[in-house]
Design a protein around this ligand. Structure first.
Ligand code: A3P
Length: 327
């Protein structure tokens, strides 16, 4: 496929001489898209690594910043939409039109630090962000924390999801951007890479654990959410998110059904039906519609073999043993 059609973050055309020198010293491996390098325990394509390094060199956190973190395909888009809707509600009610979520995709409203904002420079212009600034990331916690020196000054919300569903979601997503049929020949190497603990932003288990530990150590600054809990008890979880962000629902809002209205605005059905999400692309060349599919818990059962599921479950059990974390 034409390289220019791939998401820009998986390429290698915008790295500096400094990064070129650094990557010679890093562990690497090649997948069907390109070469990945292991930096601080996490695998990146070169352009993303450039963004990570730029971020670590130049990001100046503000105490009011909100950073939404996740492993790819864990519910990032949903978390972004919910956070925007919660923080916007003093200015824009969910029923308002225009509303930021009706005119832009959640990834345009809460851009990725390493993939979008810092992809080309360590001093991007962030003046368009008003307080509280909202950013997102797929970096693991220790890499995100590097510019924070000792303490985390801002609020970080992490969403995690069952590894098997993440794999299936990623498979569909990858087939879309590679312009391929949904084919098991794409899934199988992805499964192998996952189990070998290689793959973009992987290994997933260390990623999840980095934020899990961060949330246990500093619950005031790091909130750990689960996709499955958001699906099972959305009202409880959204209220939890609002409290953490410092914008709890008032009694009046609760009575007027504000939580349900936010949930409806941010539902997969509503967001995926909006014109802005049916058309258009993110700044790193991904089609907006590719972020919305089924949004079901346990969809892996429909696609993975029992052996695949068992193997992933066994690794997960082993990795999470003694951490207090379970899927
Ligand atoms: P599926 O592929 O299982 O359907 P991310 O946003 O991290 O890229 O994750 C994408 C996954 O979240 C996809 O899962 C997608 O359908 C689901 N998703 C996107 N928007 C959602 C929403 N508003 N509510 C629930 N799930 C959503």
């Amino acid at each position: 496929m034409d390289k220019t059609e791939l998401p820009t973050n998986v390429g290698e055309d915008s790295i500096s001489e400094e990064t070129k020198t650094l990557i010679f010293s890093l562990p690497s491996y090649k997948d069907s898209i390109g070469k990945l390098y292991n930096y601080q325990g996490c695998w990146y394509y070169p352009n993303t690594l450039e963004g990570v390094l730029n971020f670590q060199r130049g990001f100046k956190p503000q105490g009011t910043d909100i950073i939404l973190a996740s492993f790819p395909k864990s519910g990032t888009t949903w978390l972004k939409a919910l956070t925007v809707a919660l923080l916007e509600r003093s200015k824009n009610r969910p029923s308002d039109d225009p509303h930021p979520l009706k005119t832009d995709n959640p990834h345009g409203l809460v851009p990725f630090l390493e993939i979008m904002l810092y992809s080309k420079s360590s001093t991007p212009d962030l003046t368009r962000f008003s307080s509280p600034r909202m950013f997102s990331t797929h970096m693991p916690f220790h890499t995100l924390q590097a510019p924070f020196k000792e303490d985390t000054p801002c609020k970080i919300v992490y969403v995690c999801r069952d590894v098997k569903d993440v794999l299936v979601s990623h498979w569909y997503f990858k087939c879309i951007y590679l312009n391929k049929e949904i084919d098991k020949s794409v899934l199988e190497p992805m499964f192998e890479s996952l189990c070998r603990e290689v793959g973009y932003f992987g290994p997933i288990w260390e990623h999840v654990l980095s934020y899990w530990r961060g949330s246990l150590e500093d619950p005031k600054h790091v909130l750990f959410l689960r996709y499955e809990e958001l699906k099972a008890e959305p009202v409880v979880q959204v209220k939890r998110l609002a409290e953490f962000l410092g914008c709890p629902f008032t009694e009046e809002e609760e009575v007027s059904g504000s939580v349900d209205k936010i949930l409806e605005l941010c539902s997969l059905r509503n967001l995926s039906g909006l014109e802005v999400n049916k058309t258009g692309k993110t700044s790193n060349n991904l089609q907006h519609h590719s972020f919305f599919r089924k949004g079901e818990v346990g969809d892996s059962k429909n696609h993975l073999t029992a052996e695949m599921e068992n193997k992933i479950d066994m690794i997960t059990e082993e990795k999470f043993k003694g951490t207090g974390l379970k899927f």
